[in-house]
Structure formats: structure tokens, C-alpha cells
Design a protein. Sequence first.
Length: 371
Amino acid sequence: MSVRSRAAIAWEAGQPLEIDEIDVEGPKAGEVLVRVVATGLCHTDAYTLSGKDPEGNFPAILGHEGGAVVEEVGAGVTSLEPGDHVIPLYTAECGKCKFCLSGKTNLCSSVRATQGKGVMPDGTSRFSKNGKMLHHYMGTSTFSEYTVVPEVSLAKISREAPLDKVCLLGCGITTGIGAVRNTAGVEPGSTVAVFGLGAIGLSVIQGAHLAKASRVIAVDINPDKFEFARQMGATDCVNPNDYDRPFQEVLVDMTDGGVDYSFECIGNVNVMRTALECCHKGWGESIIIGVAGAGEEISTRPFQLVTGRVWKGSAFGGVKGRTELPGYVESYMRGEINIDDFVTHTMKIDEINHALDLLHEGKSIRTVLTF
Ligand code: NAD
Ligand code: AHE
Ligand code: ZN
């Protein structure tokens, strides 16, 4: 049986989303139908809509930062039941694949190949509009009130947690804090530089502050972001446009030879180079979080690596969603993680194109959309 669902449809790259009703088919074996209560809008949604994502499939239902309630489970689903509160995961956790069993990564291969093609694991879509197939996105598609998600892509969380806040743990906040803890392993007393002060960079700052970094240098070309960065724990705020020499030199001079850790949270390959080269000789590590467009590549002099700097990347902060996300929710409930201040705007899904404008204009950190 199918349900009618209010959704934001991405018909083609570079066009505004259309708000309309779509048809959502019920869950097949191993799948779960959920009602999305709230969803954040992440820069990655805008990136895919722009047409720069090599995995962008159109038409599609975008969205990957949701808080939801289970409506119906498909055959064979044992870990969830109707009424459970969940966060959809774009990084699944099956617990059985080579990746999950490696103990070395949070990446899971169980549904990733079909997820990238915009379909469910059986190769088909549950979404349609007037009989025309619509693609899924990142295995989550939270810009539809009803969405179908593989069981392995749902983290069950406390029913007490406000879904219009903890939805941001579905991407932005977990990604930033997780990158500090899991990918970099920032130690107390470390020096840190954070490039890009959106929800991701600000969450890195929050994570670095919680990890007791001694110095957290926040970098952005939009100085309006600095006040919130300070609130999250930044000790210095710097705008590269205020300098007329290579910015890595500025940071190296500021930090007696370079930072211990840097994080690129923009998706700009030139900034990625700067972020690597501002790291301390011998041990500095640079973590790439930002997502770059199709065909873009990073470069540096290999000597930067020969002399001990390390280049790494981080997906979903290295967090294993089903195992660890419930703990992040509990941490928020205990007041240890700030989510509330990241929600700068709330609106109905009907206004999502306005939310996209605010993100592009640098006027929002996160807009939370409800149905
Ligand atoms: P955002 O648009 O809210 O923030 C980006 C910030 O970068 C803005 O404040 C902007 O002013 C700043 N910026 C832009 N160009 C700059 C430059 N040249 N120098 C300094 N600052 C600059 O985005 P967001 O939602 O925080 O996402 C940030 C990036 O992280 C995006 O590329 C997104 O796709 C990516 N992302 C990756 C993961 C992951 O798991 N790897 C998860 C979420 C988001
Ligand atoms: N599809 C793109 C890459 C997009 C990408 O890197 N996604 C990040 C998450 S961004 C969330 O806001 C990620 O975790 N990737 C790991 C994965 O398995 O997708 C491309 O270049 O093809
Ligand atoms: Zn995201």
C-alpha cells in the first residue's frame, strides 16, 4: 500500500525544489517506513542540488539530517517497531560487512552501492509522482514527510529527545564532533585551526573545546560567523581576506610553527591545501571534511607529507551510527552537547527554497524544517 506524502522534489540540478505531494510505497523486506518530524538542511543537500555531485541523481528527494518516527516495518525487520524514534543514517551500520567487522572505519558497504545510485537495496525506488519514478538520496530522503529507509540505516534513539533538535545529529553536529574525537583524536592542550564556520566547522570547534584544546583558531571569509564561533569555544577568529600573504604562513606565525590539527569544513580544494600546510612540521594532521565538486582535485608538495604532516578525511565524523548515535542523543539530553544554538531558523518544508537562500547567503547555520 502507498501513502501520500508532502515533499520537496528536486526535478533537476540548479532548479528550485518543488513542494508537492508524492506517492511513497510501503516498506519491502528489510526496510522501514518512517514519518519525518523534522529535518535540517545541510550544505551537502545544496551541493547535490547544484549539480556538482557526481552521485547526484535527478529527479530526487534530497535531505539527510532527519528526526523521525517508525510507522511500519517490512518483512524480517527485527530491531525496530512502530512508534520507535529514529535518526536516518547516510552511513549505515550493518555490523556484518568487511568494513563493519574491520574495527577500522565507520563506513559500511551493506547498502552503499545502491544508495549512491538513488535506489533501495533491491534496485528500485519507493517514491513516485504521477507514476514517474523519483530517486532516493543518501539512503535517507528526509525532505519527504514519509520516507523508506533500510533497517541498517536507522539509529533508534530515546523517545524523550526532541526530534526538531536531535535531527541535527543526523549529520552536521555529529560530523564535526566525531571528526575531532575519532578521526583526529585531539588531545588536551592541542592547537587547532578550523576552516569554514557553518554547522560543521562550529561543531568541530565545540568538539575541540570539549577535548580541551588550548587554542582553537576559527577561519572564515564571513566575519558574521565569528561571534558564534567564540561562543562555541574559538580562542581566535581570523579572516584570510585581511592578509595579503599566503594564509598558511599567517597561521604558522601565529602558532610557533603550525597547528597540531586543522579541519577543512568548506569543500574548497585550495583551502584544503592551506589547511594541510598550516600544520606543524613532524606531526600536524589535517582532516578534510568538506565535499568538493566533481572533477576537483587536491594538491600539495609531497615534501609537506615527507616532513611529517598527515592528510586525512572524515565521513560522518567516523561515527558508527546505530551503535554510537543514541549516546550522542543522551549527551545532548544531559546538556553536554549544544544543539539548540545551531538552529538559527525553523520553518515549514514549504519554505525550503528560502532556507536554501539563507544558507547560500551565509545567514543561517541550520534551518530546521517541519512537515
Ligand atoms: P555552510 O555553508 O553552512 O558553511 C560553510 C562555511 O564556509 C561558511 O561559513 C562560509 O562563509 C565558509 N567559507 C566559504 N568559502 C570560504 C573560504 N574560501 N575560506 C574560509 N571560509 C569559507 O556548510 P556546512 O553545512 O557547515 O558544510 C560544510 C562542508 O562540509 C560542505 O562541503 C559539506 O558538504 C561538508 N560536509 C561533509 C560531511 C562529511 O561527513 N564529510 C558532513 C557534512 C557536511
Ligand atoms: N557523493 C559525493 C561525495 C559526497 C560525500 O563526500 N559525502 C560525505 C557526507 S556529506 C554529508 O553532508 C560522506 O560521508 N561520504 C562518504 C560516503 O560513503 O558517501 C561524491 O563525490 O561522489
Ligand atoms: Zn550533511
